[in-house]
Design a protein around this ligand. Structure first.
Ligand code: R5P
Length: 304
């Protein structure tokens, strides 16, 4: 249970509408951190002069390098200004895909950034963090309380509402849990393809043995970055006779060329959650995140 007199939600300008919506869903007051960028690239942050004991910082960590430094400055300052219990809500959690050294000498950034966040926050909440070689969020981010939420049921409900009896298709084995949860929530059929990645912008996909002729197919994935995964899957589906291919993703990272890739592959529509601000945002996460904050708050009360 969130207590509005002892809790404050703090947002940053680059994720303010989503952070404000979370504060409304939580029934907590909201304040925005002022960020001034000096000509040399450094940042000056300004928080409210006094803070209540419980502070929730909400910022998504796409394009993360500068955001991480500001986040850690904000967290340390929040402690100095009175916060005793600090929770980070990062709908998109960065560096989760660099979870092993793929080549000798490579940094395992997931572990390093995770440890860094855990040193500053008591609680960390994220949505569908990319955890494939680690069992859970606390292994990647060893904070006292962590919570990994999933937007997959919201994607499934969206697909059921907006498309005509679609087949949900995950482009690779890693997407299997999301496709399963989305299919269950939407009462839809789901299937998963096989993918091999040959480089940042090069993937090969093998479709599963499922009939797609004359069907509407909705591709479901956690992340779309270069768009190559979705574009490649769409091309194969049309070659097999699919009548329309749409895409639904949790985290719309999208590099500048991604949307062209999808258009050229014939992807008819692209929708995403608002974990990362993007024109394709169609599914708000505020309700899901508010439930997560309430759960972390209850766990804190039990444990302290
Ligand atoms: C990787 O396994 C993820 O689930 C996504 O499929 C991947 O990040 C998409 O990347 P891109 O859009 O660059 O193909």
């Amino acid at each position: 249970m969130i207590q509005p007199d002892t809790t404050l939600l703090l947002g940053f300008p680059d994720y303010a509408p989503q952070a404000r919506a979370l504060a409304v869903a939580l029934g907590a007051p909201y304040a925005e951190i002022e960020v001034h960028r000096f000509p040399d690239g450094e940042s000056r942050l300004r928080l409210p002069g006094r803070l209540p004991p419980r502070v929730i910082l909400c910022r998504s960590l796409d394009d993360p390098n500068a955001k991480l430094v500001e986040l850690l400055i904000a967290a340390a300052t929040a402690r100095e200004l009175g916060a005793r219990e600090l929770t980070l809500v990062a709908p998109y959690l960065c560096y989760m895909r660099q979870d092993i050294a793929f080549n000798p000498g490579e940094a395992v950034s997931q572990r390093i950034v995770g440890r860094w966040l855990a040193d500053h926050f008591d609680g960390v909440i994220s949505v569908d963090p990319h955890l494939h070689r680690v069992p859970d969020l606390v292994t990647a981010v060893p904070a006292a309380r962590t919570l990994s939420l999933s937007a997959a049921p919201l994607l499934g409900e969206f697909a059921a509402r907006n498309f005509d009896r679609p087949l949900l298709l995950g482009p690779d084995e890693e997407s299997a849990p999301w496709v399963e949860a989305a299919a269950r929530a939407g009462g839809l059929q789901g299937a998963v393809a096989h993918k091999e990645r040959h480089g940042d912008r090069s993937v090969a996909i093998r479709l599963p043995d499922v009939e797609v002729r004359d069907r509407v197919v909705v591709l479901i994935d956690d992340i779309a970055s270069t768009g190559r995964t979705l574009a490649c899957a769409a091309g194969l589906l049309y070659a097999r006779g699919a009548v329309a291919v749409h895409a639904l993703v949790t985290h719309a990272l999208f590099d500048p060329d991604a949307e062209r890739q999808l258009r050229e592959a014939g992807v008819r529509s692209l929708h995403s959650t608002d974990s990362i601000a993007h024109p394709s945002n169609a599914i708000a996460l505020s309700g899901l995140l508010a439930g997560g904050c309430a759960e972390i708050c209850a766990r804190t009360a039990e444990e302290t």
